[in-house]
Ligand binder design. Structure first.
Ligand SMILES: Cc1ncc(COP(=O)(O)O)c(C=O)c1O
Ligand SMILES: N[C@@H](CCSC[C@H](N)C(=O)O)C(=O)O
Length: 440
């Protein structure tokens, strides 16, 4: 079975649901049912805040939370099989419900959920064949870099790492063998911005079947829809903002082309990396609060970025006017997100800051309701060797802050105390400034 649908509505439950949730807006337009994708609807779409929480699951008892179908197998009514579901590796009603809900939120025709963000990239790169070329960034999540390096050494794939913030540098390596362009924006951890529409257009010109793939983990569908900017595939680590609580691992892939959707479904079924029923349920629960979480995280991040910049640190955050690609970022995205990084000019100083913070947990990852602090070169990006990090101009002292939903004043106080304790600032009676202020 290749593409299972959702559970069935009996006629009575369907009409009960219709009554409770009429699919008509105030102007009488038809609104899409969830979990079907919104895009085919002719009428006005609900705002994403509504779409995130609005679901129908077709449950026989009208359960408002989708049931967890914790079953590996599904009985068939006929000896020749053919039921909607047969085996959870191939399809599961809880997973399907989540996939349809995410497709709607990601403005996609089809979404697929797998066991981690890296599993999502693994599934996507299984579309490649030996001899294919991939063009990607020189600032890339360490795990993605690791997988691409493996494909280069074991799979006969040619990988070009270029500065994707300069479209001309991408154009210089594009050619008819470019099967995939893999982009992150903002990049992790240097927070560089990539012009998705421009690069997508050049890639498709060089090779019309090139798959422009965007890792949207940093932004989430709340802030950016790469499929609307020319991307063919978008994927995210659901471990981050989509779930929001660091209590599960997940990956999401979304596409508009149904044939591409089937090609991506094949390795998921073949290898068995589809998201488990329980994690599908957890992710479904988490995604409903994406807007309230991200709004708070983003507002906090803005205040923290301004606080650090105001005290002389070099801060990388697209919410700051000083970000060199401020305009480009805001031409594509609906917000700056909640990940920022800053430099101190000294690795030891950075270490002391990280270890002096209390509210900020020393942890990899981001997108959680709790605030996190880390040193990417030692932690999330340690799988990129020191020589390559130096070639790619990754500052070893860089500190990444992943801002949570706590009170912003508490977060700033804690950071201020950590900066003082670490000796990162010169304190005077009425002010304090970085001991090594950023050169402007
Ligand atoms: C930008 C980015 N993409 C993908 C991933 C991979 O996600 P996961 O950890 O869920 O495998 C991560 C982090 O791990 C990430 O930071
Ligand atoms: N030990 C892990 C590190 C995961 S980093 C997670 C996240 N993407 C981040 O950027 O913090 C590994 O080797 O993958």
């Amino acid at each position: 079975m290749s593409s299972p649908g959702s559970g069935q509505n009996g006629p009575s439950s369907a009409s009960a649901l219709k009554k409770a949730f009429p699919h008509v807006d105030l102007d009488g337009h038809n609104l899409p049912p969830s979990p079907a994708p919104s895009s085919p609807s002719a009428g006005r779409r609900y705002a994403i805040a509504t779409e995130l929480v609005y679901t129908e699951n077709g449950d026989q008892y009208n359960a408002s939370s989708v049931p967890i179908y914790q079953s590996a197998t599904f009985k068939q009514t006929s000896g020749s099989g053919g039921g909607e579901y047969d085996y959870t590796r191939s399809g599961n009603p809880t997973r399907t419900h989540l996939e349809r809900h995410l497709a709607k939120i990601m403005s996609a025709q089809r979404a697929l959920v797998v066991s981690s963000g890296m599993a999502a990239l693994d599934v996507i790169t299984r579309l490649l064949r030996p001899g294919d070329e991939v063009v990607t960034g020189d600032d890339l999540y360490g795990g993605s870099n690791r997988l691409l390096t493996y494909l280069k050494t074991h799979g006969g794939i040619v990988v070009h790492h270029v500065d994707t913030t300069t479209p001309e540098k991408v154009q210089a390596v594009l050619n008819p063998k470019t099967a995939m362009v893999l982009l992150e924006t903002p990049t992790n951890p240097l927070i560089k911005i990539v012009d998705i529409p421009k690069i997508a257009a050049s890639a498709h010109e060089a090779n019309p079947s090139c798959l422009v793939t965007v890792d949207n983990t940093m932004m989430s569908p709340l802030l950016l829809n790469p499929l609307e900017l020319g991307a063919d595939i978008v994927y995210e680590s659901g471990t981050k903002y989509l779930s929001g609580h660091h209590d599960l691992m997940a990956g999401v892939i979304a596409v508009n082309d149904p044939t591409l959707g089937e090609r991506l479904y094949f390795p998921i079924n073949a290898s068995g990396c589809g998201l488990s029923p329980f994690d599908s349920w957890l992710l479904m629960r988490g995604v409903k609060t994406l807007k309230v979480r991200m709004d708070q995280q983003q507002a906090n991040a803005q205040r923290i970025a301004e606080f650090l910049e105001g005290h002389g640190f070099k801060v990388r955050y697209p919410g700051l006017r000083s970000h060199p690609q401020y305009e480009l970022h805001h031409s594509m995205a609906r917000g700056a997100g909640a990940v920022l990084s800053f430099e101190t000019g000294d690795v030891g100083l950075s270490e002391r800051i990280v270890e002096s913070a209390k509210l900020w947990a020393i942890s990899v990852s981001f997108g959680c309701v709790n605030s996190l602090i880390s040193m990417p070169c030692r932690m999330s990006h340690a799988s990129i060797d020191a020589k390559t990090r130096a070639e790619r101009a990754m500052p070893e002292d860089i500190i990444r802050l992943c801002v949570g939903i706590e009170d912003a004043d508490d977060l700033i106080d804690d950071l201020r105390r950590a900066l003082v304790q670490a000796g990162a600032v010169n304190v005077s009676l009425d002010d304090f400034q970085a001991v090594r202020p950023a050169a402007n």
